[in-house]
Design a protein around this ligand. Structure first.
Ligand SMILES: Nc1ncnc2c1ncn2[C@@H]1O[C@H](COP(=O)(O)OP(=O)(O)O)[C@@H](O)[C@H]1O
Ligand SMILES: [Mg+2]
Length: 291
């Protein structure tokens, strides 16, 4: 197995060595990790991450299938956001981060020295917890990335097709000049999804995309996630187990305990995870005993 070590500074490396306690080093990755069928989007192996020497992920390994929805679940602070941010190099933007292990996207090492992180983030887009439209018109929100990237096609068509794909077109077609901020929360989140789609990505990462939304807006986003799997790979962080059960094909359950931070406990087809969990801790979590 190849291990690549990246340290943002020698001090971080020393801090990490000092703080890297025995338990984490001896942690054996879970055996309850299913191999998804079909084509893979990501392959993650032996992935550990430290924030200024403080460990947040410990030897996480799993494969994420293409054109499916994969959900990351687990109690607050178990490393879900950290893991999803590793998939498009968003953690690179945080000072003091050290990453060890491998993340490949369609067999290419996304942390390779010849890889442009900006291109990684275009192909692997992201939608956040709180909808964050730019203070610009609906049209400009969707067209923004294309304009920055010197898109030469028809912008009107791109805006329309992206809004249609994000199931927002019918609600905004006559108001494209209106500010994105004037929309409801659910519409703003779909606008952010349209903005991501306009960059022609392959993958959309969603970090708790519904946690600021009401139940009806949430269901719309969930329906949209399912629809998008015809063309896109979706990875979604959620602390809502019903949501994971409703939308995802595969589910990864993560946990931080007294000894090991950010470990993968179990990964399985969603139905199996929710009906026959292999690990007692998964069962306790999904039956609401903690978290
Ligand atoms: N930017 C950061 N700098 C330092 N520590 C962080 C940062 N982001 C997350 N952490 C820490 O890493 C751990 C995992 O956090 P996170 O990935 O946000 O968990 P989750 O999304 O499951 O709630 C927590 O202990 C959190 O405090
Ligand atoms: Mg989080």
């Amino acid at each position: 197995m190849s291990i690549r070590v990246r340290a943002t500074s020698p001090t971080d490396e020393q801090a990490r060595e000092a703080l890297r306690g025995k338990p984490a080093a001896e942690h054996r990755p879970s055996e309850n990790v299913a191999k998804p069928e079909g084509e893979l989007a990501f392959s993650i192996s032996d992935l550990s991450l430290w924030y200024s020497g403080k460990q947040a992920l410990t030897r996480v390994g799993l494969d994420i299938p293409r054109k499916k929805v994969t959900a990351l679940i687990g109690p607050s602070g178990c490393g879900k956001s950290t893991l999803i941010r590793c998939l498009n190099r968003m953690n690179d933007l945080i000072p003091g981060v050290t990453i060890e292990g491998n993340v490949t996207y369609r067999n290419a090492d996304i942390y390779g020295s010849d890889v442009d992180p900006v291109e990684v983030r275009r192909r692997i887009g992201m939608v956040f917890q709180k909808p964050n439209p730019f203070p610009k018109s609906i049209y400009e929100n969707v067209a923004f990335g294309a304009k920055v990237n010197g898109f030469r096609g028809n912008l009107d068509d791109l805006v329309e097709s992206s809004l249609k794909r994000a199931a927002l077109w019918d609600e905004v077609r006559d108001d494209l000049k209106k500010s994105g901020l004037a929309l409801s929360g659910g519409q703003q989140q779909r606008l952010c999804i349209a903005r991501a789609l306009a960059n022609n990505p392959d993958v959309i990462l969603m970090d708790e995309p519904c946690s600021a939304l009401d139940p009806i807006a949430t269901l719309k986003i969930e329906d949209l996630m399912r629809e998008l799997t015809t063309d896109y790979t979706i990875v979604v962080v959620t602390h809502n187990m019903q949501q994971a059960a409703r939308v995802s094909d595969y589910t990864a359950f993560m946990l931080t305990d007294e000894e090991i931070t950010g470990q993968l406990i179990e990964y399985a087809p969603t139905e199996t995870m929710f009906t026959q969990p292999a690990d007692q801790r998964t069962e306790d979590y999904i039956s609401g005993r903690f978290g």
